[in-house]
Design a protein around this ligand. Structure first.
Ligand code: C6P
Length: 425
């Protein structure tokens, strides 16, 4: 990545210039960011799909496997004790990062598993025929399909918040949507396609008034903004490590302690029991009750290293940088003839969806890739949202930033889009 800005007439604020300088320092921590794609420097703008990993995370993974690889909660030999201590120390760190008690934080594979665990273990016991589950049209499939499976099984009804043209939730419908029949409201904290940050506290307040629970899909918020789960007041909250500079296959699920204690397990097996008789078993305390089998030890330990890394930069700094860069990107995109940006919520994050004329987003993405620019094209696992927006092809192109992205990279994407325009005539 060149140290100088790609030529542009667009004014770059002093704030953004400072963020660029910091981003250049952060980039040095990410080995993959110095590679080339099709002979061009990689411009990685697909962070909402998954983020890149800093050297400190890669080193921690290597350290675990080379020094103290052992199963946890099982042996009393030194390696097992070291691995168990590191696994539990990581739980404490990750819990502190989102401000929850550590016994209420369950290690799961990802956001998808967190939602399925609750839809299955809590939902099958607590949601009955005629009950209602409230979602929104901007949800990722992970926060729709598990609730559909539950609703179809027990005979419950699904209701959806609609959105305004700017991509904000129609909060004026809240009294019609959340009623005495509502058992749970499950909502994204930040939309992966529109970038909208939703008013969780307001939703929690209303839901709790009618005795309903609130589940927050935080896949896109935890990596990109400071989060205080207790201040949000929600009952369940889940996120994925791979979107926050951490490894794949590990994430967290928070559940309010008394709710987790009353829940039956999701899966049965080793580690989650207190006692096994031939005809019945009793369960371990939380969180072990929900961690059946050998967990993803290495990646759970490294998730603790990941939150240390993010905290060393400061989540407030990451949020401010991304917001400034996303706003710059939207301004630059909207200068392009025939380009439409979807999502103009005042409270937003760093994912920006757009379409260019009648060019299929996949074709646009292919041309950008030839210029070294990685974006995502498609429905973003949000088909109901694409239908609601009425996007051509049911798809958009999406560029999503992290703290290591710069205005240079936005300019390279803009130039590549102009190239695509010329190519498609
Ligand atoms: N969104 C994207 O490109 P998993 O796959 O379980 O780590 O995360 C699922 C998920 C749930 N909710 C939201 C809001 C998400 O953004 C995602 C993942 C990626 O937008 C991959 S589809």
């Amino acid at each position: 990545m060149s140290e100088t800005l790609v030529a542009t007439d667009h004014e770059i604020s002093t704030e953004l210039q400072q963020f660029d300088e910091e981003a250049r320092r952060h980039r040095a921590d990410f080995p993959v960011l110095s590679r080339e794609v099709h002979g061009k420097p990689l411009v990685y703008l697909d962070n909402a799909a998954t983020s890149q990993k800093p050297q400190v995370v890669l080193d921690a993974l290597h350290d675990y496997y080379t020094r103290y690889n052992a199963n946890v909660h099982r042996g009393i030999h030194t390696l097992s004790e070291e691995a168990t201590n590191a696994y539990e120390a990581s739980r404490v760190k990750v819990a502190q990062f989102i401000n929850v008690p550590s016994q209420s934080l369950i290690f799961v594979r990802n956001t998808t598993e967190g939602i399925n665990l609750v839809a299955y273990a809590w939902g099958r016991k607590n949601v009955k025929a005629g009950d209602e589950i409230v979602l929104s049209v901007m949800e990722h499939h992970s926060n729709i399909v598990p609730w559909q499976i539950l609703a179809h099984e027990v005979g419950a009804k699904l209701k959806y918040f609609d959105i305004h043209d700017d991509g904000t939730l129609k909060m004026e419908d809240i009294d019609d949507l959340i009623t005495d029949r509502t058992r749970i409201v499950s909502i994204a904290h930040m939309s992966n396609a529109l970038g909208t940050v939703n008013p969780i506290k307001e939703i929690v307040e209303k839901a709790h008034q009618v005795g309903a629970l609130v589940f927050v899909d935080a896949a896109q918020s935890v990596p990109h903004m400071p989060v205080d789960v207790q201040a949000l007041g929600c009952d369940f909250f889940t996120f994925s490590g791979h979107k926050m500079c951490g490894p794949t296959g590990i994430g967290g699920l928070y559940g309010r302690e008394e709710i987790l204690e009353a829940m039956d397990p999701f899966m049965g097996g080793g580690s989650m029991i207190e006692e096994v008789q031939l005809q019945y078993s009793t369960w371990a305390e939380i969180p072990e009750k929900f961690e059946a089998g050998t967990p993803n030890i290495a990646h759970a330990i490294v998730l603790g290293v990941t939150v240390d890394y993010l905290s060393s930069i400061g989540m407030g700094n990451i949020r401010a940088h991304e917001l400034a860069l996303a706003r710059y990107m939207i301004d630059r995109l909207e200068e392009i003839d025939g380009l439409t940006v979807y999502g103009h919520a005042p409270e937003r994050g760093g994912a920006v969806s757009y379409i260019l004329n009648d060019i299929h987003p996949s074709d646009l993405s292919t041309i950008l890739d030839r210029e070294g620019v990685a974006i995502r094209a498609g429905h973003h696992c949000a088909q109901p949202l694409m239908r609601r927006l009425g996007t051509p092809y049911g798809a958009t192109a999406r560029a999503s930033v992290y703290h290591y992205n710069t205005t240079d990279e936005v300019e390279i994407m803009i130039n590549a889009i102009h190239k695509a325009r010329r190519f498609f005539g």
